[in-house]
Design a protein around this ligand. Structure first.
Ligand code: SAM
Length: 287
């Protein structure tokens, strides 16, 4: 498979085609990530490629992740969150825990990571042990729309490279508002997509949002920052190319299912090159 051009007319991988309803997409996305998380320990090829190309390799290896979050972006998020020692920080769509645990270590906060992938949660718990943060972190099954957390529990909520997958963005922001204490802050990095351009596309065709600002305001948030992140298109394209090239090695190491999920995930992201923007936004629940 070759990288899609500016027209974005890549052939869609099987994993992400088919049922484009909210439920169908949610299950396809969750199961695809679950296969990747479950296979990550079976070899270093994926991690190595992703670290080198997708986020520049400057993120500490013990907090490796599968998004595009660079250390400078993570620092910017943490600064906007204003998290302090002893605060409760919630990482939504925490995956295998890398970004949230990094933030907990940097700030001294306690961490609650939420994700619907059992393999991601299990990898996150193991990693928390490895980096010495098991005492002040916990990881639980949930989604953006249903975190399972009690209202007002969080001093801060973060999320990296996942909010675009929420099948109902308004419900998701209402849930974030509910779990934040008054005065609590939110910082998210996510893709925005133009509804007219992604109409009918699997995954991104479900509840596409081209500008989260109006939804944030409608939910009651006060916006602190709203900025497009630089350089992600080049990094997404490079990571996609390297993953496709290494497909056979990945299949040998991770198994066929996980390798095709890894290719599928790299493909849908690179499709956003012509269709979307990657945005960092921060907002607060008024005190
Ligand atoms: C690109 S990964 C990012 C994971 C992590 N934030 C990181 O940076 O490594 C996207 C994550 O979104 C999760 N996810 C997918 N749909 C979700 C939903 N509706 N609610 C919460 N998480 C979801 C997946 O399980 C996956 O862990």
């Amino acid at each position: 498979m070759s990288p899609p051009g500016e027209s974005g007319e890549a052939a869609l991988p099987e994993d992400f085609s088919g049922d484009v309803t909210g439920d169908g997409v949610f299950l396809a996305v969750r199961d695809g990530y679950d296969a990747v998380y479950g296979a990550l320990q079976r070899g270093e090829t994926f991690n190595g490629i992703w670290r080198e190309h997708a986020y520049g390799g400057d993120f500490p290896a013990e907090f490796a992740h599968i998004g595009f979050l660079t250390v400078s972006e993570a620092r910017r998020m943490l600064g906007l969150l204003g998290v302090r020692d002893g605060d409760v920080l919630v990482d939504l769509a925490c995956g295998a825990g890398g970004p949230g645990l990094w933030a907990a270590q940097e700030s001294g906060a306690s961490l609650i990571g939420i994700d619907p992938s059992p393999a991601g949660l299990s990898a996150a718990r193991e990693r928390a042990q490895q980096v010495g943060l098991a005492e002040r972190s916990r990881f639980a099954d949930g989604t953006f729309e249903r975190t399972g957390l009690v209202g007002g529990v969080a001093d801060a909520v973060m999320s990296a490279d996942a909010f675009q997958y929420a099948p109902d963005k308004q419900a998701a922001l209402s849930e974030v508002f509910r779990i934040l204490r008054p005065g609590g802050r939110l910082a998210v990095i996510a893709f925005e997509t133009e509804p007219a351009k992604v109409h009918g596309l699997p995954v991104f065709g479900v509840d596409p949002v081209s500008d989260y600002a109006s939804l944030l305001q409608k939910t009651g948030f006060a916006i602190d920052a709203y900025e497009e992140t630089p350089g992600w298109r080049e990094r997404a394209y490079a990571a996609f190319g390297a993953i496709v090239k290494a497909r056979d090695a990945l299949a040998a190491e991770m198994g066929e299912r996980a390798a095709s999920s890894a290719v599928a995930e790299a493909t849908v992201t690179v499709q956003l090159k012509p269709y979307g923007r990657r945005t960092l936004f921060a907002a607060r629940r008024p005190a």
